[in-house]
Ligand binder design. Structure first.
Ligand SMILES: [Fe+2]
Length: 238
């Protein structure tokens, strides 16, 4: 089994490669349009054919490579049903499973950053701890913002505490972004050390903290939202 974490410096986005060598197939999760060539070259070198392009949510900070990857490879696009992206070949919702070879990505609805956000619990048929791709619901020692795109900090708290923190402590946490150079965490670590959602934090404290962040809007939001509702095939770009 192949698991790779790729990075986009501009938007600090992680793209994940999940590959099953025995069938020569792969999924890419949360791609970035500017890196389509990089991603396809890597898959080629690894002997993998792209079968599924998967999104954790409709992103506001970068444009997905999903549409271009679909055109170039015939892969299917899996986008959360509640994300408002009619371009999806397969709209996914809580409990659905995306399968690529022996790899299973089980959808966990984790709304709050956006209403359509999902996480994917990845099982690669190995003895190692499961991985969860948390999108922007849970970041390493942080979380996605909740001040646009139907964001709701109460919902995000409930998603993290009710769904993600219910996973075994050893589950590896792979987020959609990192801004400080962190790459991976575990559910147990985030329960203890996440400064917004872990430790002794309470739900009302979290809601208050998120309301006070006062962040500027993402630079690319005006381009990214309409483009991503079309799987990246809109706005200025290829
Ligand atoms: Fe996001």
């Amino acid at each position: 089994m192949i698991f790779r974490q790729l990075f986009d410096r501009e938007s600090c986005t992680y793209t994940y490669v999940l590959g099953d060598e025995s069938v020569g197939q792969a999924a890419l999760v949360d791609t970035v349009r500017e890196h389509v060539a990089r991603d396809l070259e890597l898959l080629d070198q690894l002997g993998l054919r792209l079968a599924a392009v998967v999104e954790t949510h409709v992103h506001a900070d970068h444009v997905t490579g999903a549409g271009e990857l679909r055109r170039r490879t015939g892969a299917t696009c899996h986008v959360p049903r509640l994300g408002g992206a009619p371009c999806a070949d397969v709209p996914v919702g809580d409990g659905d499973i995306v399968r690529v070879g022996a790899i299973a990505l089980r959808v966990l609805a984790t709304p709050g950053h956006t209403n359509g956000c999902v996480s994917y619990l990845v099982s690669m048929g190995e003895a190692a701890a499961d991985r969860v791709l948390t999108g922007d619901a849970l970041l390493v020692r942080g979380c996605g913002r909740t001040d646009f795109q139907e964001g709701d900090s109460g919902k995000l708290w409930d998603s993290v505490h009710g769904r993600l923190f219910a996973l075994p402590d050893a589950t590896l946490v792979y987020p959609a972004h990192d801004y400080k150079g962190m790459t991976v965490s575990t559910i147990g670590e985030e329960k203890r050390y996440n400064p917004r959602l872990g430790g002794t934090r309470t739900r009302p404290e979290f809601i208050q903290l998120m309301a006070a962040l006062d962040l500027p809007p993402p630079a690319k939001i005006a381009e990214a939202l309409p483009a991503n509702r079309a799987c990246g095939d809109a706005g200025d770009g290829p």
